[in-house]
Design a protein around this ligand. Structure first.
Ligand code: NAP
Length: 250
């Protein structure tokens, strides 16, 4: 119960890693607010948290829009009385190599993955720095600062930028009592790690040889790292980018 009396914001909380993190934070006593662009999946996450005995609410917000992000933080603080932890996890996968990407595809990746993470931190920090500090965890990827893969240049570049932005932000705000870190997962058990047309069984057989550990990462293996970075247990960890990839970049 590391998050009793704490308010936790999870962006991209309507599915995948974000939903699992919302459930995990709530199971440890947090009041959780989940955000994303569509109400229905967010409402489903709230239902799941509540059916586990937790407390949650949702806010529809697009992290690429500054007015949405400002309103998101303001709503969470007004509704729940504070903001102590933020998990900036909203992101999109965009395929395509340098010569093939359209400007619209490039911008979609930059806007959601990089600008969205920056805007989220900007408004979270504005609240936290004048209310006793807090912790922030950003979702980067092992494809970025740690490994590159041809054919997904916009994704790789934006996730490397999230890793760099995390380290810089951590140095800028550690003296405000705000600890900022990142997780950089390899392939995790969500649809995002499926290649086009691939089934989970196909992915399992691909990863048996493609990853040193021989399997996909579980949601629990990611969320346990996120919760550690968000908790007081990691109190001396600042600007770290924790790679969780089954040895892919070891
Ligand atoms: P996911 O289920 O697609 O989650 C992404 C979430 O982000 C969705 O709930 C989506 O909701 C939200 N989102 C996207 N654009 C948004 C925007 N502009 N504003 C607000 N919310 C937005 O995929 P996931 O696998 O859980 O991925 C979560 C994060 O982990 C992403 O940042 C991803 O890049 C990263 N990651 C995933 C893997 C993997 O193998 N799965 C590996 C490394 C890193 P809406 O579309 O409803 O807005």
């Amino acid at each position: 119960m590391r998050f009793v009396d704490q308010v936790v914001l999870v962006t991209g909380g309507g599915s995948g890693i974000g939903r699992a993190a919302a459930e995990a934070f709530a199971a440890e006593g947090a009041t959780v607010a989940v955000a994303g662009r569509s109400a229905e999946p967010l409402a489903q996450t709230v239902k799941l948290v509540e059916s586990g005995g937790g407390t949650a609410s949702f806010v529809v917000a697009d992290v690429t829009r500054e007015d949405d992000v400002a309103a998101l933080v303001e709503t969470v603080v007004r509704r729940h009385g504070g903001l102590h932890v933020a998990f900036n996890n909203a992101g999109v996968f965009v395929g395509g190599g340098v010569a093939d990407l359209s400007l619209a595809e490039w911008s979609r990746a930059v806007d959601a993955n990089l600008t969205g993470t920056w805007l989220s931190m900007k408004h979270e920090i504005a609240h936290m720095r004048s209310h006793g500090g807090g912790t922030i965890v950003n979702t980067a990827s092992n494809l970025g600062a740690h490994a590159r893969r041809p054919g997904i240049s916009a994704y790789v570049a934006t996730k490397a930028a999230v890793s760099a932005l995390t380290r810089n932000a951590a140095l800028e705000h550690v003296s405000d009592g705000i600890r900022i870190n990142a997780v950089s997962p390899g392939p995790v058990d969500t649809p995002m790690s499926l290649l086009p047309g691939e089934t989970p069984a196909d992915r399992a057989s691909r990863l048996r040889s493609a990853l040193p550990i021989g399997r996909v990462g579980t949601l629990a293996e990611v969320t346990s790292a996120v919760l550690w970075l968000a908790s007081a247990e990691s109190g001396f960890t600042v600007g770290h980018d924790l790679v969780l990839d089954g040895g892919a970049t070891a």
